[in-house]
Design a protein around this ligand. Sequence first.
Ligand code: NHV
Length: 850
Amino acid sequence: MLRKTFLLVALMWCVSVVSGASPKKMNLGGKWQFAERGSDRWLEAVVPGTVQQDLIRHGLLPDPFYGMNEERVQWVEDRDWSYRRSFEITRRDLAHESARLHFEGLDTYAEVRLNGELILRSDNMFVGREVEVRPLLREGRNELQIEFRSPIREMMPRREADGFDYPADNDHRREKLSIYTRKAPYSYGWDWGIRMVTMGVWRPVWLEFGDVARIGDVYVQQKSLDDREAQLMCRVALQRIGRPSDLEVGVDCLLGGKRVAYCEEIVSCEEADREVELPMTIRDPKRWMPNGWGDQTLYEVKVEVRHKGRVVAEAERRIGLRTLRVVQECNNEGESFYFEVNGIPMFAKGANYIPQDALLPSVGEERYRRLFEDVREAGMNMIRVWGGGTYESDLFYDLADEYGILIWQDFMFACTTYPHDELFLKQVEDEARYNLIRLRNHPSLAMWCGNNEIAEGLKYWGWNRKYDAKIFEGMKRGYDTLFCKLLPDAVARWDEGRFYMHTSPMVANWGRPATWTVGDSHNWGVWYGQKPFESLDTDIPRFMSEFGFQAFPEMKTIATFAPEEAYALESEIMTAHQKSSIGNDLIRTYMERDYRVPEKFEDFVYVGLVMQGEGMRRGFESHRRHRPYCMGTLYWQLNDSWPVVSWSGIDYYGNWKALHYEARRAFRDLTFSVVEENGAFEVWLLSDRLTDAEDLSLKLELLDFEGRLLKQKEIRCKAEANKSQRILVENLADWALQPENSFLKMTLAENGREKVVDTHYFVKTKNLQLPEVEVACSQRVCNGECEVRVSSPVLVKNLFVECPIQGVRYSDNFFDLLPGEERVIRITSPEIKRGEKLNLKLNHIRATYK
Ligand code: NHV
């Protein structure tokens, strides 16, 4: 068997050498060396990476996330760093006409030398670069060296020349320099972020050999799509290598390995660059659907360039067929903002995404995949890649395509004005072109947005008072140039047809209710405005693109950065991991309103998690009830970039906070929602399905905490497709009989089968007379999974099963265990071993009372 495989491989190798098939790629990632500039103490480095990761690996930097270490890692940003490696080139390699060196990302001010010759200067982290280096290569050993200059030192003179600081409040250094450099804004600090101004080769580097011609880009444009056929135009950008020649370009479109369209053309390549247009028609196209609406059908597009019958270049892309429109229609209610996908209005459910790590190259495929699983699992169909981070990796958008998650993509500008001198505009133009071209084939890409909250800042954040008129006018002009001219022009040119808007939110401002009737909204009335969660029932935007509430991460995450002595709200270490100066006070203020504030830190953390989840869920359901007026809800923020107190629903180690479970409950494709109004309570059916649900029943049972049935009612109902409807209005007086001692259990069944069971309480949690209880709990442990059985004779409010293994997944958590109920939850993790009982801890609201 082995021998056979060997023969086969050897044979394939021969074939590819003989036919000279696809060009050869040499990965130049892996082992490098680095040193502080000027020092000759070279140490091993890993590429892709950052200098901070390399220093940590050698013990020259402490774990930046631990304790107060953030302070101790800051010096790195003020130094310059050198990277180098050598690689071998054979005579065979040199037989190629072309050798291109590709850098997918250099962070940020860098000079690259090959065998001593300067081949590239780079000044934008967001742009990949490639250089022809064939003339510089030599047989044997070749030396690649990169000098990274400190973005701080580099830009300090710029600031001095300007004579003022830009309003970059999230930049945590006295001198605000982040705005001068095209580099991920969050790495300079944010109100959930550690400051780590990184440097390094942060994305892959590789060398590509070629002959005759290369494929610079493949762009598959969807010209039309209906049920009968899809018309595509495949645009192949050819780059000639060497002499002019005749080439055969073929493009194959496959579905599940079967050809569904083909086109081929013979072209003569006279100029250095040329674009070949290959039309294709796909009959009976299968559409790409967002998560929850069907399959994410992806077609493969394979391009081959042949010369005299020999393949000289090839490329592959994946595409999805779908239509998408952002609908902004004015009527007497204001102006709508929603996504229409494949002709159907889609209620957007999701969250805002920030970079997954302060040290981005440490995020591998597994973490990306897991995040998308979490997103899909919660029933989301959209995430917003927020403008203070990065344009994400190709993998990210590939996964978005696979998981059916539409991407709202910001350009990387947030919360401050930016320079607009010629060099800066040129850098932004490069960055826009590069990323538009890189991302435009992805069916998940829904839209582009110029920036986060900069127009809002210019209008409302007092910058007109902070700066003298000339500077402020300049900032406004710069805004128009960048976001109302340069970027929309770039989108129109490089990603024609994709929706662009210059900022988010467009018009709505959370302090000005009259503006809420138009477009998307970042409504921070809850949290910054200190409005109660109840306000989410009535403060309704047309599309909620940000709203949020903080919570601490669970204790096992806190334990990764703080010793037990620091378990206190205001300890130095906890404060270093809470970047919002008002954060802890706000959490307490809100907790006092709705819950009994526990004394113990651990309990405070737990109740805070419950509160964040329940509070935010109120918003999700309210937004869904208000469709079609409101057509989307994206919570702030999906994830974290280090272990920290933040608005996130998933912590740095992948643990779901109660918020993410509540999002999953609220985002079910078919569910119900209860709201109290004017002495009544209303039950709404919420459906995001594409078909009607004809045979539904809803059972209401009023139970006391020991499980005695006080009253009940059952109705039959229907849920129309893609719609929210009120199906029941009941007098509160008829049900809230003993509101401190009872609750409503509601069961939605479809075709006689239980679909959703949920609860409603008539008073705030702090006013419930919850019974004391010992929850019974047993475990069955196998490899990779533990089945936990919990039961109780009386109501257990917001049961949290805590497991000490980092990043475990639960089938469910933070739920009410009903009187007499037994629930089985599954905990999964590769670290769970058969026969080793998990050290589980249970917490619930009553258990936090003294
Ligand atoms: O503060 C939480 C998040 C930020 O991390 C992020 O930048 O775009 N947040 C809050 C707001 N926007 C965002 C709202 N902005 C303001 C609130 C209060 C006063 C002024 C601005 C995100």
